[in-house]
Design a protein around this ligand. Sequence first.
Ligand SMILES: [Zn+2]
Length: 88
Amino acid sequence: MSDIESESINLTSDEEIIPYYIANKTTIAIQKKDYYKKNRDKILVKTKCECGRYISKNQMLRHQRTKVHQQYLELINREKSEKEVTFD
Ligand SMILES: [Zn+2]
């Protein structure tokens, strides 16, 4: 029976190898951390949007599609067209 025992020990040691998805998960986490470290300044730097809000650069495109920003643009356009109509 010692043969079977040694076989099972071998199996156990095989299972100790980190499954691919766990290894992969760790790699992705490290890559994300690395990306954050390298781009920290870019990610955290906020620029003032024309609507007056401070938005981080990577959120800007998304922000420009938000209601808040769209409403601002509408307001500006309305003011513009009103100015164009009045004669001073
Ligand atoms: Zn905006």
